[in-house]
Design a protein. Structure first.
Length: 58
């Protein structure tokens, strides 16, 4: 049996659209186990852009 979602895709979309409308940049979006959405503003760092799995999955 699957666990009920505590955070919906619509909620995540609202957060992202709100950040974009405010003119801010979204560096990272996290969702914790309780369903709390955490938005990290700013530009992503170089280490966040480089994912070693990207090459493996191509």
């Amino acid at each position: 049996m699957t666990k009920k979602l505590r955070c919906t895709q619509a909620e995540v979309s609202r957060v992202i659209k709100g950040i974009q409308r405010s003119g801010e940049e979204l560096a990272r979006l996290e969702i914790d186990q309780d369903g709390k959405i955490i938005a990290i503003l700013g530009r992503p760092t170089e280490s966040q852009l480089d994912n070693p799995w990207d090459e493996e999955l191509r």
